[in-house]
Ligand binder design. Structure first.
Ligand code: MNH
Length: 462
């Protein structure tokens, strides 16, 4: 067996912290390990963090028989907030299976068909807001508006709740509170430098207040349904309130339901919003890809002004989908996942792991594995042309995680995102600020920071 490579400049006690940034843990870690090969280990204040970034090793780690999901590092503070709700449940916790089985019907293709009209309504609100900006010649803040879109979509489809995201200039208080809670969580697990500790002490009280706000809002949403003020439907909330497990007859308890609602509000929008924002960013840098995407939507929806996409139109937007796939390859908005060994094992035929040892699959690294991805830094949606995926190892691309703990909302996110991006490209020509250089913010998820667009209507209004 062999020792796992580590960064060259290891300090006594502190370990491999040179260059690590508590505000940008993913990007700074990436710089630290990217030249160390498909597996490496960092020691941060006594904790060894084994990072996997090669497709062959990922295939082993993704195997549910050998490894389980691990609620590690970045997920730990989230666990404090939402406990054993779907995303943060440890493998094998009873509420995971219970909630997973109860909620599964909300993510079938039929369920997507049911969400389509609502998703379209929300996309139209985005267009209305961008029309106003286009008329005024004003810039739009892409990530902020995509967050409005995805927040509104999960609120309405999942819980019958309207946040009114497009009716206000400022982000919804839930979004502000949630963003701060996530940032606080992220800092609290970062190397505990003195400056960070001081920062944390100052914001602990605000963190409580933020959590209270989120809980209150969620409780209001649940109460409104219980009192019959919002329509009783088989959406996420309806399923959780009314359904017993088909096998065991058990139901979710009220505390768990609250935690699931918060989980879905968070998991259901941050990542999709980032994916849409990165996709638009790349398109503004690649005019030929933009032109192809626009040709595709034009061919489907014509040159007319207000297309009404049918449910079955969305899977036909193959190139728009490939743009999103490629955006999620370069900057996977959920940048990694943790896996723990179920038993003592040997990885790659030579790296020994003991039962319970965990590794992190760092997706921006995996998605640039030079053995799989030629010219990995280049944005090229054709990597996702029909049939292309069959020519590379299945575990080389995992933006939605792996195995039984993979994203339950994948189809939801893709339907929503392809439709919204398609409609945006059909209607506008996006013009970036020529001075913009990509900067990425991290709040557990990744988003382009300060990315603004000026929009020109492609088809003038009558
Ligand atoms: Mn989502 C799990 C990425 C959209 C709800 N999601 C995961 C995981 C990844 C992920 C990666 C696995 C994490 C881990 O192993 O620790 N999710 C995404 C991305 C998008 C996304 C990149 C959009 C793009 N996710 C959504 C949407 C919803 C959602 C939309 C809900 C409507 N995701 C979840 C839930 C889980 C999850 C719930 C946890 C599933 C489980 O463990 O059973």
């Amino acid at each position: 067996t062999a020792a796992i490579p580590h960064p060259p400049h290891r300090l006594p006690l502190l370990g491999d912290v040179v260059g690590l940034s508590p505000r940008r843990p993913v990007q700074s870690s990436l710089r630290l390990v990217r030249d160390l090969g498909p597996i490496s280990v960092r020691r941060v204040l006594g904790t060894d963090i084994v990072t996997v970034g090669g497709a062959d090793l990922a295939a082993e780690v993704d195997d549910d028989r050998r490894f389980a999901k691990h609620v590690g590092l970045g997920l730990r503070p989230l666990r404090l907030v939402v406990g054993d709700a779907l995303f943060t449940a440890e493998d094998g916790e009873p509420n995971w299976r219970l909630a997973h089985d109860i909620l599964r019907p909300a993510f079938t293709r039929e369920a997507m068909r049911g969400y389509h009209a609502t998703m379209l309504d929300v996309a139209r609100e985005l267009l209305a807001s961008w029309d106003a900006a286009a008329r005024a010649g004003a810039e739009v803040d892409v990530a902020a508006d995509m967050t409005r879109l995805t927040m509104e979509t999960i609120g309405r489809t999942g819980f019958g709740h309207r946040f009114g995201s497009f009716e206000h200039d400022r982000p919804h208080p839930f979004v502000t509170a949630m963003t701060r809670v996530l940032r606080f969580a992220q800092l609290s697990v970062s190397p505990t430098l003195v400056s960070v500790r001081r920062l944390l002490a100052g914001s602990a009280r605000r963190n409580r207040a933020d959590m209270d706000l989120m809980n209150r809002l969620v409780d209001d949403v649940i109460d409104a349904r219980r009192r019959g003020e919002t329509p009783d439907r088989d959406d996420l909330l309806g399923l959780m309130l009314r359904t017993a497990h088909p096998g065991t007859g058990r139901t979710l308890d009220p505390v768990n339901i609250r935690r699931q609602v918060i989980t879905f509000m968070v998991a259901g929008h941050e990542t999709t919003s980032g994916a849409l924002s990165f996709a638009l960013y790349h398109l503004t840098r690649h005019p030929e890809a933009l032109a192809r995407a626009q040709a595709e939507v034009d061919a489907l929806w014509g040159q007319g002004d207000d297309p009404v996409p049918a449910f079955t139109d969305i899977p036909r937007l193959r190139y728009v989908r490939a743009v999103l796939d490629e955006a999620l390859r370069l900057w996977p908005t959920a940048p990694g996942y943790f896996r723990a060994a179920r038993e003592d094992t040997v990885l790659g035929g030579r790296y020994r792991l003991e039962r319970g040892d965990w590794v992190v699959v760092m997706l921006p690294l995996l998605h640039r594995d030079p053995a799989v991805w030629p010219d990995p830094e280049r944005f090229d949606p054709d990597r996702f042309a029909p049939g292309a995926a069959r020519r590379r190892p299945a575990h080389a691309y995992r933006p939605f995680g792996t195995g039984q703990r993979a994203c339950i909302g994948r189809q939801f996110a893709l339907h929503e995102a392809v439709m919204a991006l398609g409609l945006v490209l059909h209607r506008y020509h996006p013009v970036p600020d020529p001075g913009y250089d990509l900067r990425i913010t991290e709040t557990l998820t990744l988003k382009p920071e300060g990315f603004r667009l000026t929009l020109t209507r492609r088809v003038p209004a009558e």
